[in-house]
Design a binder for this molecule. Sequence first.
Ligand code: ADP
Ligand code: MG
Length: 626
Amino acid sequence: MALLNIAEPGQTPEPHQRKLAVGIDLGTTNSLVASVRSGTAETIEDEQGQSLLPSVVRYFKDGYVVVGERALQAAAADAGNTIVSIKRLMGRGIEDVSRLAEQLPYQFESRQDNVPAIKTVAGAVTPVQVSAEILKALAERGRQSLGGQLQGAVITVPAYFDEAQRQATKDAATLAGVKVLRLLNEPTAAAVAYGFDQQEEDTTIAVFDLGGGTFDISVLRLQRGVFEVLSTGGDSALGGDDFDHSIAEWILQQANWQGELEPSSHRRLLEAARQVKEQLTESDEATISLEDVVGWKGTLDRVQFYELTDPLINRCIRSCKRAIKDARIRVDEVDNAIMVGGSTRMPRVREKVGELFGKPPLVNLNPDTVVAIGAAFQADVLIGNKPDNEMLLLDVIPLSLGLETMGGLVEKIIHRNTTIPISRAQEFTTYKDGQTALAVHVVQGEREMVEDCRSLARFELRGIPPMTAGAARILVTFQVDADGLLSVSAKETISGIESQIQVKPSYGLTEDSISDMLRASFEHAKEDRDARMLREQQVEAERMLEATEVALIADGDLLLSCDERHILEQAMAKLRCQHDTGDVASIKREIELLAQASEVFAERRMDRSIKKALKGHTLDELDEEE
Ligand code: ADP
Ligand code: MG
């Protein structure tokens, strides 16, 4: 039996200080923060005992900002300065959101950088700034409750978020002074909360997330401890709000209400509809009294409610079927469905999801908090509060990442199926004498030739000090972080000049294109290998010819007799001929012959440059330099 560890007051019972890390669910409607304390993850509540923080930010003239419930209450009265659902605008350009923007009560400012900035009394604010306010409020809550500065956070994002949306989320965290340990996909976080990451067997999970304004369905596969998103789907304009609208419309019909409603009455109507909806989760019938708003009171029962809202649920189910198809699995291959989001409390939603999957969905964790809980577990591991072997949620690189080298060949730096995060470096050098710039072309794929791979990015390293070919040392580093973000940097180690770029290798890459690329690489394996060997010899031939050419121009007249020069030029002509038409072996042979033919010439050049270098130096000086 283990002994109880009794600590003196003020002393920690643990052998080492726990590091403070939180999980944050940055939601469209509501956000949460959670942390692991004494082994279990719990959401952190505010002073009123609320764990949900409405994702609403209100701006005042003097730059004063209110976040959460108090801001939400002003959403109707001060709509222009009270920002809701900012998550929908994260990482988007102004054209992307123009359709959405028309429905929003905000004024947008036109800006050079294409970011949709909202005009408020406190000046224009970007989605990143608004999200940063929400994150600040959550971090402050965490800091107060845990009693210290936070050392890091795991923030969840929808699985379908692209690189720009993820980057915007990270930027918001930086602005809020929150160190991001990792961005975690929301469905993956839910699966972690249910403990699937601890499971030995492979499993397939569908995460059904119906929130206030959005519906997301994700199909995940957990294999050997690695979560893979097989497919995502859903509807960014379908959520609990639509259920409220259906009820509100029904009420207006019952009340025989014809004309328009004042904005404040409209809000009260919607609020009443939401209460009715939530009440129907618990009971078969709910009463509505809106005499002072639309002059009507009455009841709504479940049967009628289902009639009104089944079309909405059916839309969700259709999205699920599509996502399962996209994942290339059958519905009975889904081992478990997890329910996430406040709207999955509705019994009818659970029933229909159960019908689809042929088994009841998992609902024992609170659907509001399950994502934040999973993020908290992950944050606890990443900050180092658990032994390393419990490190989880490895992700792998689906396709190799590499560089274009001379002759259109691909040099793979990180091979496929490598687990991330990973960093690999390789040294390259210049090809030409006096070369001062180097083009770096980052490619992805399994094939040997650049033209058969996917081009990810290009950048240049400029300002390399002129040196003889092969003297420069250029260290190229590929780094893939835990979110799958690739950074490539090139550094000339003598001068220290550096250049770099960031890309999301998975951006725009579907499961289909990955399997197509893999298949092609198997089918063309031999052909590719031959092509590569030929290209390598050709490149070597080109390099040789060019170097000899340069040397001849510089010193040919001085150091070679007519005959010697003639022999050398003949060897060059033969190599050139084989380069264009020959096979690997004959190019190789001619390269060797040219090397032999130029041996004497090379020696003479060497002697001369040593003499040149020695001129004017004393032997002492040379010793010192050694
Ligand atoms: P989001 O992920 O968009 O931030 P949430 O997951 O917090 O949203 O879900 C909010 C939605 O859940 C609202 O539409 C709310 O009315 C609905 N909801 C919360 N509790 C219940 C309930 N008991 N019955 C039905 N709907 C509910
Ligand atoms: Mg949510």
